[in-house]
Structures are given as structure tokens and as C-alpha cells.
Write a protein that binds this ligand. Sequence first.
Ligand SMILES: C[S@@+](CC[C@H](N)C(=O)[O-])C[C@H]1O[C@@H](n2cnc3c(N)ncnc32)[C@H](O)[C@@H]1O
Length: 313
Amino acid sequence: MATNASSSVGSGAAAAASSTAEGSRYWDDVGSEWTVKQPDRLWREYTDRLQIALLDRWLVGSVGDAGDPPPMLLKTDLFDEVAGRGIAGHLIDRGYHTTGVDISPVVVAEAARRNPGLHAYHADVRDLPFADASFDLVFSGSTLDHFATVGDIARAVNELVRLLRPSGKLLLTLDNPLNPLVWLRNGPLLNLVRRFGIVPYQVGVTLDPRRLASLVRSCGLEVRQTTAVLHCPRVLAVRRARRLMMRDAAEQERFLESLSHWERLERWPSRFMSGHFIAILADKQEADQRALPPLRGSIRVDDGPVSRWRRGR
Ligand SMILES: C[S@@+](CC[C@H](N)C(=O)[O-])C[C@H]1O[C@@H](n2cnc3c(N)ncnc32)[C@H](O)[C@@H]1O
């Protein structure tokens, strides 16, 4: 499926190639540190569970009957897989043929080592080494909000759309600029919060839900769902999680359980003020496919809270 070797990047224009090289170096440094230290392992367990809950909720029905070929799923970065338990293992267990890419070779190698069923590639999400229509599902969890320009986000979304087969689905999350805390953190207070280690790595531009939906539509997708996730007071939760890292598993579990109650805010009309991430689900409906049913499963319209993971495990 990949059109070049797993350790190579796609052949982009000179400017993109140079920013890919810079990106590789930068994210290698971040990835190396997080791989070894896993400083926020407990917090990352929480974000992993939230992402898994969203995937299970929105991609329900994507895995066909026994005997059907497994759906091809692409994950657009592998940071979760080195910063904590990650979600690739869950996707593989669920029956997805799971491919992951990351711009950092260090992250790719470590994610592959920890997840034997994962097909991991070093690649730039803006220029991926896969053939058109290679994937049934693409999951992009807060990868595209690390670019300097909206043009880069658009380029990445176009690339992901190219890789989707007709009726394939894209689940994308980005930093939510409608949340005043995220807006402050990514804008006026960025230098300050970086100095205090509140943002441990670079953040980029992002889009509000309306502009994101409009971009996704302009790339040829139909938007099915939009919501906001991760509603707990993040800075406080991360600090508390760090303090609990040395405590026993039962106490840690109680903490994660208590955080999950905040996710009920997703049901409120104010969800875009409190959620840290926008999540959008879209599918590829080419003109000649509109009359046909999806090849696998169907999109369930479901506005239930992400806190369902508490019951699902
Ligand atoms: C800080 S992490 C955040 C994403 C993570 N899924 C999360 O939710 O926390 C950013 C990840 O995206 C990767 N990345 C950054 N730019 C990329 C690009 N252009 N293509 C592919 N991966 C990229 C980085 O190497 C890093 O692993």
C-alpha cells in the first residue's frame, strides 16, 4: 500500500521538504524525551480513553462481519503511543488494520516497538506515501494544530481526503479556539505558559468549528458530526495527575473516573466554550456514490457524551 519505504518521507516540494526536515528534528527531540520519561503518563491515560470513546462512538459499525477484510485505518501521528499507552493497540484489538504515521522517526520506531500489529511509517501528514483511496478511516487526533499556517492544515486535510476511499470517514480533532483558555494559551499567553511548562511543545494555528467544517466541505467531504471534547480544567488536572503518578492504581483510577464526569458538559449548548478540542466526523461522498449505501456500516447520529467510556470498559 505504501508507495515507498517505511523509513522515508513523501516527495514534497523543496519548501515542504525542508519544513518536514525541521519538523522531524524538532519532534524527534520532543519524542525522545517523552518516550523515556513519560512525564504525563496518567494524564495521557485520560486523553487516550477520551479518544477511544470518541472513536468507538463515531466509528461504530465500521468493522464488518467475521470473514470481511479488516477496515484500513490511518492514524496521523503516533505521539499517544509513546507518551502513554496510546490507542493503536485498542484499534488493532477492535479489528482495524491500523497504519500510523509520524514526522518523527524516533516516535515511529518506539510506537512500532510497543505495538507489534501497527504498520508505522515515518511521513509528513501533508505529503503521505500512500496510494489514493487506500483507507476506509482516517483518525487525526490533534496532529494538524501544530502547523504555522492554515494553508498547512488545508494541505493536510486535502491529503487525507485523497487517501480516503468513497464513503470513507475522517475523524479529526483540533485545538478549540472558542474555549477562552485555549485561545489565551495558544495566543497572548503562549510565551508565558511555555516558560512555566504548561505547554510542553509547540502549538500552531487552529480553526473554529465553523471554519473547520467549511474547510472539510471544500475538500470534498460531507460533515456528519461536530462536537467539543475534553471539558475538565486541564491545567489543574495535569498537575494533579503528576502528583498521583506515584500513588496506587486504585487512587489513580478514582481520579480518572472523577475527571470523566466533566465530559457531561459536552451535552450542554456551551460545549464549544468548555471543550479543549473540536471533533468533527466527515465522510467522502463522491457525486457518483451519493445514491449508494456505504460499503461498511453506517454513520450513527449520536450525541451522547464521551464519558460513556466509563461504562464501556
Ligand atoms: C504533540 S503531539 C500531539 C498529538 C497527539 N495525538 C495528542 O493528541 O496529544 C504532535 C505529534 O504530531 C507529530 N507531527 C507533527 N507534525 C507532523 C506532520 N507534519 N506529519 C506527521 N506528524 C506530525 C509529532 O511528531 C508528534 O508526535
